[in-house]
Design a protein around this ligand. Sequence first.
Ligand code: B16
Ligand code: MG
Length: 220
Amino acid sequence: MLKGFVFDLDGVITDTARFHYQAWAKIAKDELGITINPSVNEQLKGVSRMDSLNVILRFGNQENRYTESQKAQFATEKNDYYISLISHMTPSDILPGMKQFLDDIKAGGYGISLASASKNAPRILTGLGLTDYFDAIVDPATLHRGKPDPEIFARGAALLKIAPSEAVGLEDAVAGIQAIKAAGEFAVGIGDPKLLHQADLNFTTTADVALPKIVDAFMA
Ligand code: B16
Ligand code: MG
C-alpha cells in the first residue's frame, strides 16, 4: 500500500542547479583558474559539495594540487556565495505543478520527506514556503554514501516510519533513480524518459506530475 513520498529537491521541487553552477563557476575561475561548462555542471547534480569540487578539480587536471584544508576553504567560499544567491528565493521559484502536487498528497494523508544531498535544503524550503509540507528531512551530514547509494532514500522512508515498498521516490537525476530502486522504492522520474529509463514511471516535466497516475502505476 502506498503510504508516503520521498522527494529530491534540486530539479524536482525547484531549480537550484543554476545557482550551484553560478557559484561554482565563480570559485573555479577566481580561485582555481578553471573555466567550467554546462557539461561539467551536469556532473554536479545530486553530488555532494566536496564531491562537486573534486569533479571540477579533475576536469581542470588539478586533482592533487590542494590540501584537504584548502579544499574545505574553497567549498566554504562557494557555499557563502551560493547562500547569497538562494537568499532571494520565494514561492515563485517552485517548479510548475509541484505546489499543487504537494497539496494533493497532503490532502491524501500521505507522509512526505526530503532526500536531498543539499545541506542548504531547510533554508531553501523556507524560502519556497514549503517547510510545513515535510514530515521529515534527511540530514545529508549523517550519510555515509551519496546517490546512487540507496542510503538517503532508505532513510527518507524510515523517517516516515514506512517500509520502502510503501514509498514513492521522485528524482530528476539518473543516480537518484538508481538510488530509489536500490532502496526498494517505486521510482518516479522527472525529465527525459530516455535518460531516466530505469524509473517505474516518468513525467517529462514537473507540470505533468499527477497523483492519480502515480497511484495507478504503483498499484498496477
Ligand atoms: P549543498 P539535490 C544537490 O541537491 C545538488 O543537486 C548538487 O548540485 C549539490 O552539490 C548538492 O545538493 C549539495 O548541496 O552544497 O547545498 O550542500 O539534487 O540532492 O536536492
Ligand atoms: Mg535533483
